[in-house]
Design a protein around this ligand. Structure first.
Ligand SMILES: Nc1ncnc2c1ncn2[C@@H]1O[C@H](COP(=O)(O)OP(=O)(O)OP(=O)(O)O)[C@@H](O)[C@H]1O
Ligand SMILES: [Mg+2]
Length: 264
């Protein structure tokens, strides 16, 4: 039974999708069977693999709305990454988006059952959540074992963390008592900026061992992933961004001290 991990933050542009795509790719290259599930109707994750419309016929929307089978909505991510699968959202219009978000509220049980079923075939399932803490993120948290929070390395980085923790605690208290923190991940660290070290220290001081040792640097090659439609591993293995996601995958596989069962 694989681990189901939601990648969450109410803040936009902090590296949720980038982490799902690139961490997933690195773990899969290390012989882990990985599934990426797109819960964000912006469909940014699907773009990272050329699985946005019109490249796919079905996605999570079709599973929730029309009863498509899980096998019909799972796609191979990349010909060189046979262990990495993706379920795209397949949301193609604002009308679709409203339906998608509504279904993730109304068909939460179907969503959870589907994930339980899928988890038997994978080592890791990462859910790429939209930048909000209500629906559909709560649905993801209800169905998850853990959540991972990217924290962009910038001033007031900690300001976002309290809200994520409160939202997760609420889900844990009311519906999913086993929900745990997978880790906080510092992203987009710019080693040339004078404040970077101070911010990393501050985050570690507050969140302690729950912060991954690996820090993801700002790397222009990572910014190219959605444009190229493939993870960084596929085209720039030696870049600082690729190396950092490889280190993060190793940190996860060696079971770092980040695995905490409780959000407090
Ligand atoms: N480490 C990085 N270095 C440089 N650019 C990055 C890095 N990580 C992500 N990016 C780029 O920054 C932008 C935002 O990243 P991403 O889409 O992963 O964030 P997000 O949290 O998923 O955003 P949203 O909340 O809108 O879904 C994207 O264009 C992405 O390619
Ligand atoms: Mg995103």
């Amino acid at each position: 039974m694989g681990q189901v991990i939601s990648i969450v933050s109410q803040k936009g542009g902090v590296g949720k999708t980038s982490t799902a795509a690139n961490l997933g790719a690195c773990l899969s290259a290390m012989k882990q069977k990985v599934l990426l599930l797109e819960l964000d109707p912006q469909c940014g994750l699907a773009r990272c693999f050329h699985l946005d419309a019109p490249h796919v016929q079905f996605g999570l929307l079709d599973l929730l709305r029309d009863g498509a089978a899980p096998s019909e909505v799972v796609y191979l991510s990349h010909r060189r990454l046979p262990n990495l699968d993706v379920i795209p959202a397949n949301v193609q219009s604002s009308a679709d988006e409203a339906v998608f978000v509504g279904l993730l509220r109304e068909r939460r049980d179907l969503f959870t059952e589907t994930l339980d079923q899928l988890a038997t075939g994978y080592d890791y399932i990462f859910i790429d959540c939209p930048p909000r803490l209500d629906y559909p993120t709560t649905t993801a948290l209800v169905a998850s074992d853990f959540y991972l929070v990217p924290i962009q390395c910038e001033y007031a980085a900690m300001a976002t963390v309290g809200r994520v923790l409160r939202a997760a605690l609420e889900v844990k208290r009311r519906i999913n008592p086993l929900l745990g923190i997978y880790g906080f991940l510092i992203t987009m660290a710019d080693k040339r900026a004078s404040f970077t070290i101070k911010i990393i220290e501050e985050v570690r001081q507050y969140l302690k061992e729950r912060v991954f040792k690996t820090v993801i640097p700002r790397d222009p090659y990572l910014a190219e992933v959605p444009k190229r439609g493939e993870p960084i591993l596929a085209y720039e293995l030696e870049s600082p961004g690729a190396k950092a996601y490889i280190r993060l995958a190793k940190e996860i596989l060696t079971g770092g001290a980040h695995l905490q069962r409780s959000p407090q």
